[in-house]
Write a protein that binds this ligand. Structure first.
Ligand SMILES: NC(=O)c1ccc[n+]([C@@H]2O[C@H](COP(=O)([O-])OP(=O)(O)OC[C@H]3O[C@@H](n4cnc5c(N)ncnc54)[C@H](OP(=O)(O)O)[C@@H]3O)[C@@H](O)[C@H]2O)c1
Length: 258
């Protein structure tokens, strides 16, 4: 399925930039983030041969930033939303700075919820008028499947996004929209550096290109996709094993992060 115009949040880096590069050249792009230089460089790289590529510089931790993105996406008549922007901060809840805890909630939860509510009604109307389908990919995480001490707010924000996406997909099951929660495991991006982690003790780190490609492949075919067989098996185990055991195991793993 080729979309007319895709909104990608967090397109200035990592998985978001990989989504921008992976989409077909026939799809116009609306790229958002805070880093103007990186976004402009990506827009220049991808905006060849008359392909429309626009940027919106906006901080999704603020209501104004979220409204700016929704406004620009409405004008561009996007038919694919990729809610990818996200941030994690390692540390106990009581030790983390309040603004950092709030930022995770605003960027990881408020932004996708407001963007979807702001855009989906018109996307559905346009899809029905033109006899096509629209799409939504919400980038959750393999961390969505467990409570994670010292990554509590981040992991819980991704649990919210996972459950929200699955419920929304069920609500929309007879509408012309495909909805996917994409759950990457550890991926080589700037995420860990921003999270305050120098060295994640991961044996397998995926590439952002693979994560984006799998997201686009599974949209329309699944409601949830966990990237990588090991992460998939771990997600099953985390759903089946007793919660206290899963929480303690997550804490042990995260204690190895520096
Ligand atoms: N890397 C991993 O191991 C991993 C694993 C599972 C899930 N994920 C999820 O994948 C998504 C993409 O992360 P990534 O790994 O590609 O990390 P990244 O390289 O750090 O990219 C994060 C993106 O989010 C944007 N962003 C962060 N805070 C923002 C804010 N306040 N306002 C607007 N944009 C903001 C950043 O844009 P600016 O810098 O321009 O503001 C950047 O483009 C996130 O939702 C993350 O939770 C990552």
């Amino acid at each position: 399925m080729t979309y007319q115009t895709a909104l990608i949040t967090g397109a200035s880096s990592g998985i978001g930039a990989a989504f921008a590069r992976a989409l077909p050249k026939a799809t116009g792009l609306l790229l958002t983030g805070r880093d103007r230089d990186r976004l402009n460089a990506l827009a220049q790289e991808l905006g060849l041969n008359g392909r429309p590529v626009r940027t919106v510089i906006a901080d999704l931790a603020t209501a104004e930033g979220r409204q700016a993105v929704i406004g620009a996406a409405g004008i561009a008549r996007v038919d694919l939303i990729i809610n990818n922007a996200g941030i994690g901060r390692l540390g106990r809840v009581v030790d983390n700075m309040e603004p950092h805890e709030a930022e995770m909630v605003q960027v990881n939860i408020a932004a996708p919820v407001e963007i979807i509510r702001g855009l989906l009604p018109d996307m559905l109307r346009h899809a029905k008028e033109s006899g096509t389908r629209c799409g939504i990919i919400n980038v959750a995480s393999a961390a969505a499947f467990a409570p994670m001490p010292t990554f509590a707010t981040y992991a819980a924000s991704k649990t919210f996004l996972l459950n929200y996406t699955e419920a929304l997909a069920e609500e929309m099951s007879s509408e012309p929209v495909d909805i996917l929660a994409l759950c990457p495991g550890a991926t080589e991006t700037r995420f860990f550096e921003r999270a305050g982690v120098e060295k994640p003790s991961m044996t397998v780190m995926h590439q952002a290109e693979r994560v984006a490609a799998e997201g686009l492949q599974h949209l329309g075919h699944a409601r949830v996709h966990v990237v990588g067989p090991t992460n998939y098996l771990a997600s099953l185990a985390m759903r089946l094993l007793p919660r206290r055991f899963v929480t303690a195991a997550a804490e042990t793993t995260l204690q190895k992060w520096k």
